[in-house]
Design a protein around this ligand. Sequence first.
Ligand code: CA
Length: 229
Amino acid sequence: MTIQVALVEDEELIRTMLKINLEREGYAVTAYEAAEPFLEEIEQRIFDIILMDIMLPGIHGDSALEKLRKNSITTPVLMLTVKQDTGTKVRAFDAGADDYLPKPFNMDELLARVRALIRRSQGEREIPAHHVIIINSRRVNLETRTVETPHGNEKLSDREAELLAYFARNPGKTLNRSDILDEVWGLDVDPTPRTVDNFVVRFRRLFEDDPEHPKYFITVRAAGYRFEK
Ligand code: CA
């Protein structure tokens, strides 16, 4: 499974350098120049780790992080900053940072810290470290497996929660039925591609205003499905 990294850094040179090095490690990197577009996107999208600069134009990194934690998003966060005073570090940890690295940093050390954070969070749970996503204004808590629909709360099965998490990790991408089966079902059982279709039918009933004309769980002919945020 490809690790999804969010990178929030306003300095172009550092952003580019980090993206190149993280991608070389095999991670999929989505880069943001500011906290605002990142905060908007993470409501509907799952990342495995977030690298965030503190000094950003607009909302600062530590305030952005506080917002995430208030919204029950527990994805590991590595904060970056040029300020090395104790106050800055304390604020970063108080805001909910898991680790902290002052600039200028050594790239090998940064990559090692990223690996450690990913290892730690993945050891704890099968579902990525991000418990709440919002699809069509309906909140999904992946930990309690609850969906708040306009008609009341609905429970997801473990497998449904895993499939939903897989979609949310790969927005906008066409996912083949066989890839979905490999990723979500693995070698556990022997499902048929039809199994995936049945799950998507349920997701459409839960999340679409008109399940006959889906806007979020899109059928890609002769391939599989695409999740749109
Ligand atoms: Ca900065």
